[in-house]
Design a protein around this ligand. Sequence first.
Ligand code: AMP
Length: 190
Amino acid sequence: MLNIVLFGPPGAGKGTQSERLIDKYNLVHLSTGDIFRYNIKNGTELGNMAKSFIDKGELVPDEVTISMLQSEVEKNEGAKGFIFDGFPRTTDQAEALDMFLSSRNTAVTAMLALEVPEEELVTRLLERGKTSGRKDDADETVIRNRIKVYENETAILQNYFEQQNKYHGIDGVGDIDEITNRLCSVIDSL
Ligand code: AMP
C-alpha cells in the first residue's frame, strides 16, 4: 500500500494537491477537516461537538479524531492506499496511526510536507475565505490561531517522521502544477 501523509500548515495547499494525487496514484483521500465539515453540515452529534473547536481554530480532541479516522479507513477495505490530509496533527495521533496501520499490516510510506511562509498562508486563507464559506477562513484572528496551533502542536511531527526516515520537505510556493510535479517526483522515488 502507498500511504502518504500530506503535511503542512493551514493554507499550504494540502486539499488542492490531494485531489490531484488521488487520481494519479489511485488513492483514497481522507481529510479530517472535510469529514468534520460534512458532519457539521448534516448536524450529526460528532459535527455539533467538533464545531465549537473548529470555529475557534482549535484542535478537536484526539480521542474523537482518532476513532473517526480509524472508522474511515475501515470503510475503505481494498483501497490501494490513502492520502491522509490534515491528520495526524498531534504526537498522540501519529502514534495511534502507526499502531492502527501496523495492526492492518501496513504503515505510513512517507510524510510529504508543503512548506509555505506564514504571511503567504494568511493571504491565501483570507482569499479562500471569500468563497469557501468556511467561517474559520473568514476571520484573520482565527486564521492566525490555526497557524499558532500548527506551530505549537503539529510542527513537532516533522521530528517524529524524520526519526523514521519518512520526512520529505517540499517547496509549496509557486504554480500549482509545478508543486504537483515536485510531490510526484518524491512519490515516484519512494
Ligand atoms: P482543515 O480542513 O485541515 O484545515 O481542518 C479544519 C479544522 O478541523 C481544524 O482547524 C481543526 O479544528 C479540525 N481538525 C481537522 N483535522 C484535525 C485533526 N487531525 N485533529 C484535530 N482537529 C482537526
